[in-house]
Write a protein that binds this ligand. Structure first.
Ligand code: HMG
Ligand code: MG
Length: 313
């Protein structure tokens, strides 16, 4: 990869989605205090954006049923936006009560996935967001829109770029601030990222695009570098590579923040993220989960295992 054509240090914003995307798919209940400790550790690492939880139906995603409590207990750092997923007006009510700094509405480019994930067609989901987005903006919140299954769907297979752009246009009509394009099952390759961006960047300016790569097949970093070369400067990732969607069979974690920050920094980007501190936050999570987390850079930095108790001498 070269940095030709870009400023020597291009500012890139990393949106840490570990506490939300990372944890939503965990089967065993994670204590609220462990989630709070994870977010507090992330707050020390230089992020501008941390997606803390989701105000979705607790029967659909039991793991995040304690979203309000997590928001009430985290130590908020100045300059960090703490946000949450919101699927409907009820979610927005809860999010406002928790004093979030931003929300994300979420839909998909695949009808089947959307139905399984939020029990709505794409059109119905946009209708649901119609009262949510303006109200959130009146309250001063930053509003993101996610488009899931933007490359591959676990049920419908390959998704055509024009289907993605169609959903993006509908979200833009609602005036969301930013659109995050999700490779929900982590199956995209750089050529597919390029093909989508060819069409997408005609529909909206690159400043409003974020990319959200899962890393199921190990192409997350390559895909992000491809998008970075095309001028995209907002990327989602999870500390320690945790993540997955309970309604997307076969989806592994997000690209690990450690891996992404390493690759972007070495390619001329300035992320403001302190890798050691991200890795320290991953340590907090690894010990709560009781298992090692998946990140090549984490391993290279010498943090291959969950922080198991030191053996007694
Ligand atoms: P539904 O069953 O059609 O909705 O679910 P409903 O309106 O009939 O409500 C069912 C029950 O949920 C009712 O309670 C509601 O009050 C309650 P009951 O009367 O049965 O006791 N309810 C709520 N409770 C709390 N907060 C709310 C809320 N809304 C309803 N906001 C619904 C529709 C959208 C609610 C449901 O399908 C849902 O919550 N889905 C969320 C699924 C989810 O979170 N998936 C993972 C996130 S998306 C993702 O991971 C992809 C992403 O990372 C990008 C990528 O990777 O591509 C973002
Ligand atoms: Mg995701």
């Amino acid at each position: 990869m070269t940095t030709e054509g870009r400023d020597p240090m291009t500012a890139v914003r990393i949106v840490e989605v570990g506490p939300r995307d990372g944890l939503q798919n965990e089967r065993e209940p994670i204590p609220t205090e462990a989630k709070v400790a994870f977010v507090d550790a992330l707050s020390e690492a230089g992020y501008q954006d941390i997606e803390v939880s989701a105000f979705v139906s607790p029967s659909w995603v039991p793991q995040l049923a304690d979203a309000a409590e997590v928001f009430a207990r985290i130590r908020r750092r100045d300059g960090v936006r703490y946000s949450a997923l919101v699927p409907n007006e009820k979610g927005l009510d809860r999010a406002l009560e928790a004093s979030v700094g931003g929300i994300a509405v979420f839909t998909a480019a695949s009808e089947t996935f959307n139905r399984k994930n939020i029990n709505a067609s794409i059109a119905e989901s946009i209708d649901r967001f119609a009262p949510v987005v303006p109200r959130a903006k009146r309250e001063g919140l930053f509003v993101r829109g996610y488009v899931s299954t933007a490359f591959w769907c676990p049920y419908e297979g390959r998704i055509e770029p024009r289907a993605v752009v169609d959903v993006v246009r509908r979200l833009l009509e609602l005036d969301v601030d930013e659109i995050s394009i999700g490779d929900t099952i982590g199956k995209a390759v750089p050529g597919e990222v390029d093909d989508l961006l060819d069409l997408l960047l005609d529909a909206l300016p690159q400043e409003r695009v974020a990319m959200h790569f899962h890393d199921t097949y190990g192409t997350g970093v390559a895909n992000a570098l491809c998008a970075y070369e095309r001028g995209i400067a907002v990327f989602d990732s999870s500390a320690g590579g945790v993540g997955g969607c309970p309604y997307a069979p076969g989806a592994a974690g997000n690209v690990a923040t450690e891996d992404l920050v390493w690759a972007l920094s070495r390619s001329g980007a300035s992320t403001g993220i302190d890798l050691e501190r991200v890795s320290a936050a991953s340590d907090v999570l690894a010990s709560a989960l009781g298992r090692p987390l998946r990140s090549r850079v984490r391993e290279a930095l010498g943090r291959p295992r969950a922080s198991a108790p030191e053996p007694r001498s």
